[in-house]
Design a protein around this ligand. Sequence first.
Ligand code: B12
Length: 215
Amino acid sequence: MSSILDRIRDSVASLDVDSTLSYVRDALNGGFDVKSIIDALAMGMEIVGKRYEEGEYFVSDLIVAGEIFSEAMAILRPKIVESRRGTKPLGKVVIGTVYGDIHDIGKNLVATFLEAAGFEVIDLGVDVPPQKFVEAIKMHSPDIVGMSALLTSTMMHMKVVIEAIKREGLRDTVKVIIGGAPVTEKFAREIGADAYGENAYRAVEICRKLLEKRG
Ligand code: B12
């Protein structure tokens, strides 16, 4: 018999919104931790991506999958915030999905976890041009800038943003962390970012470390 987490994964994969939401509620009530539920949702998204790649699913199905994930997160968000309440304010993070890219589910998850951990988060949204990152740094003086990209065609835009930040003489004032499915540690080093985070939990740990480094 499959576990509730398997059922969450499979119902996302088969784009069944009602079952997904009811399994997520069951899992929460059954005492499963939020992390394992999010991991199951993310595994479902992974399968959706594969089916799209293989021609079984279409863009409309990706949209449905995105909506399912967001609705499930709406159930989980209060739990995440509650579980992390009481931690003292840390630093300030400006975050956005780079230009040409409108994927925001992962970025939103990272922003939610950072907020829940006590960071102040300024979310610039999706399809963010380099100048908008630069202006946000000038306006908000963040400790950290986070960038997300889900497409191999947009990940290079992260480098363009870093170069724009350098050109404005602001690179030494912020730490840069990047993430998104096609992004790697090696890529982060190559483009001159300070760090790479593979998921929302790691993003919080790494942002904490980056603050320590800033002193
Ligand atoms: C849902 C989805 C969409 C939705 C997005 C809805 C939304 N609001 O975001 C829509 C329908 C809009 C969409 C559109 C497209 N998509 Co799409 N999409 C997906 C899908 C299925 C899931 C992505 C997702 O949300 N995953 C769940 C989240 C939780 O995971 P995540 O984003 O990876 O984020 C985690 C980490 O990466 C990390 N992270 C993310 N950002 C950041 C930032 C920082 C700072 C840090 C530290 C960490 C971090 O932490 C997150 C949480 O743990 C993926 C498949 C996949 N396996 O990724 C394809 C996928 C990304 N899409 C793809 C494609 C091709 C497209 C389109 C070009 C399709 C088309 N022909 O129109 C368009 C592009 C539109 C555009 N210009 O951006 C391809 C990309 C291929 C490639 N290598 O470039 C994928 C991989 C599907 C595939 N297998 O072919 N898509």
